[in-house]
Design a protein around this ligand. Sequence first.
Ligand code: MRU
Length: 367
Amino acid sequence: MKLIVIGRLHGRIDNITINFEKIMVLKTVEWKDNSVIMIDQTKLPNILEYVTYTDFNQVADAIRTLVVRGAPAIGVSGAFGLALATLQCKTNEKEDLISYLENARKILFETRPTAVNLAWGLDKIMQVANAGNSVGEIRNNVIESAKKMAEDDVQINMTMGKNGSKLFNDNDTIMTHCNAGALATVGYGTALGVIRATRDSGKNIKVIATETRPIQQGSRLTAFELKHDGIDVSLIPDTAVGYSMANGLVDKIVVGADRILRTGHVYNKIGTYQVATMAKQHNIPFYVAAPLSTFDMKSDPQDIIIEQRKASEVTGIGDKKTAPDGISVINPAFDMTPPELISGIITEKGIAKPSFEDSIKKLFEAN
Ligand code: MRU
């Protein structure tokens, strides 16, 4: 995201004043002075506020309450949570530190079940910790590895963006769902990274962003990011997806993913399946953009836990109640899009095409 801010900022976006002498590019999550700094995404787009954490339990809470969200961003946040845990544990014994980290890993892991990047980030850091010989070495290696994971995320997204940009033409209107942007990653984004790279390759593009009920990642975050990047974006209610496609307003679709199986089954924000089904009905290419860290090569569809979230997300919008008291609610956070609805999966290693099982395997072999 090219939104430029000055250090700590708290105020209405409309009132942002930019000091051009000390500019920096906004990062979703960052390690600084032995603490984790994040944008509080629950407050966007009205308030841009950073939170600073020094306790892994605070990071776990932030993931649970969507202060930070989006598969790659929670993967890196989990890694930073473990980095904090190495500093919190006051011991000189490796064994004690490892068991403290195992407990922190469990607490962080249990925050959100569907995005595989969280387990991926935690496991990578636990491997680093287990390989260390002393407490000092483990602390240093864990912190450095988590920082490297954050840096790599941006590079991977940029490469993925470049790979995906070849699929889009001049004057395309691209639909996206939820937020798979800079705010869902450390920076640049997956699906929005592809959109950014397409625009930066000189093509004139427009974007249609779905509102994405119930938490409105589309209107609060995607519309916010793209508008600030100067990309032509129109917001639609989720219920206008079919209308937009039937009336020729959409050329292609690109979304992110929380988990992709070796078979090409894609788990992403609730409503993705509806968008993909509608795209098939109207013969519109439907693409998914995700790094290899989003692939789960071991599980089958019946193994995947779909996160169910609280009823109040559906019975109100913000603080305003929009449903009768005591109403029964079904509020799954994700759904599964089957491979037959997907035209291609864009990764940093190339684009997987149907049939996905062979194509995905080749991407991993090339890795
Ligand atoms: O519930 P969220 O906001 O964490 O859901 C996020 C999504 O579904 C994204 O599309 C996905 O994580 C990909 S982010 C690059």
